[in-house]
Design a protein around this ligand. Structure first.
Ligand SMILES: Nc1ncnc2c1ncn2[C@@H]1O[C@H](COP(=O)(O)OP(=O)(O)OP(=O)(O)O)[C@@H](O)[C@H]1O
Length: 330
């Protein structure tokens, strides 16, 4: 089943939180919605499920037809930020969605068990859910949602707060679990790696508006404007006054090379000169913050540059790593 919306608007206290003219997620497809804190990602997710207290207008579609709240309740399973588990065993929690849909207890447990296994928490089945770690609770909440074989699955930052290893493992477990279903999946995240790992398409949400929607690899590599560029990590901005180019050029700092100003830049690079303001250790790499006549630029390097604040520095980026980026027009 597909889910979508037309002219979906959410307002609160006269403030527009989300305005999405059109969005569609096909059956079997995962769409990531990427946005900064407060961009409206959770608000959009809740609006698609007819959840939440804010004022909503517009239409949510299931298989192309306007859906009622009851139809959405039947079709959609959601895993919200900080999942709430009930005061019972892990297995009964995993079975709770099925029980709500009228499945008898024994059958619900039997159907839920494989999902605990798929998400790597079968060994916790008899434990009381109140004693789980945050990551274990996330896995149980995902198992509970997947166990009902939802036709639409809405995931709101399901990996928030997990350590890097648990997150990588859970991403892999979730990808396999999703492959076994044919649900339309919306994944809300602020993490590009999660979008890459799970979603064929990605939408960028900036201040409640969808600025870009497309194939994940294409969207992540070609920001439509400067706000999208910042969201996608293209935070080194080279303005026309520095490069002689017609438009702003942007790059990821890790693609920018700091050089001494007396060294010629390598071929096929665009370089700007400035003064090193500070060196920020990143653990295995350093970020060099450089002041130019047109503002700050940054470069991240793993090479020991032996540069100190106050030194003149040249920041060079291969032309292939630079993207032209128009200003924000709205
Ligand atoms: N019910 C509500 N009433 C009023 N304002 C709200 C309501 N829900 C959310 N907001 C506001 O809407 C904006 C978007 O919030 P939302 O939680 O959707 O952002 P988000 O992109 O999910 O952020 P985060 O990444 O921090 O979770 C925020 O400014 C928030 O304060």
């Amino acid at each position: 089943m597909s889910i979508g919306c037309r002219d979906l608007r959410v307002t609160s206290g006269g403030r527009e939180l989300v305005a999405v003219p059109s969005l569609d997620i096909a059956a079997g497809e995962t769409l990531a919605v990427l946005g900064a804190n407060g961009a409206g990602k959770s608000t959009l997710l809740r609006a698609l499920a007819h959840l939440g207290t804010a004022t909503r207008s517009g239409t949510v579609l299931l298989d192309g037809k306007a859906a009622t709240t009851a139809e959405l309740r039947a079709a959609v399973a959601a895993v919200l930020q900080r999942p709430v588990l009930q005061r019972m065993t892990v297995l009964d929690n995993a079975a709770a969605g099925l029980r709500l849909r009228g499945v008898p207890r024994r059958a619900a447990r039997q159907r839920a068990e494989p999902w605990l296994a798929a998400l790597g928490v079968a060994h916790l089945a008899t434990r009381h859910a109140g004693n789980l770690s945050g990551g274990e609770a996330q896995r149980v909440a995902l198992a509970r949602a997947l166990a009902v074989s939802p036709r639409v699955l809405l995931l709101d930052e399901p990996f928030a707060g997990l350590d890097a290893t648990s997150r990588t493992d859970l991403l892999a477990d979730l990808r396999s679990a999703l492959d076994a279903q044919n649900a339309a999946v919306l994944l809300v995240t602020h993490d590009r790696a999660e979008a890459t790992a799970l979603a064929g398409r990605t939408a960028l949400l900036v201040r409640g508006e969808l600025r870009q929607v497309g194939r994940t690899d294409e969207v992540l590599d070609a920001p439509a404007d400067l706000e999208c560029a910042n969201l996608l990590g293209f935070t080194t901005h080279l303005p026309p006054a520095l490069t002689g180019h017609d438009t702003m050029l942007v790059a990821r700092p890790e693609r920018c090379l700091p050089l001494a100003t007396d060294r010629p830049p390598p071929p096929d690079t665009i370089a700007v000169d400035g003064v090193l303001r500070r060196v920020v250790p990143l653990g295995g790499a350093v970020r060099l913050d450089v002041d130019t006549t047109e503002g700050p630029v940054t470069a991240v390097t793993t090479v020991d540059t032996a540069m100190a604040p106050g030194d003149p520095v040249r920041v060079a980026a291969l032309a292939a790593h630079l993207r032209e980026c128009p200003p924000v027009t709205r």
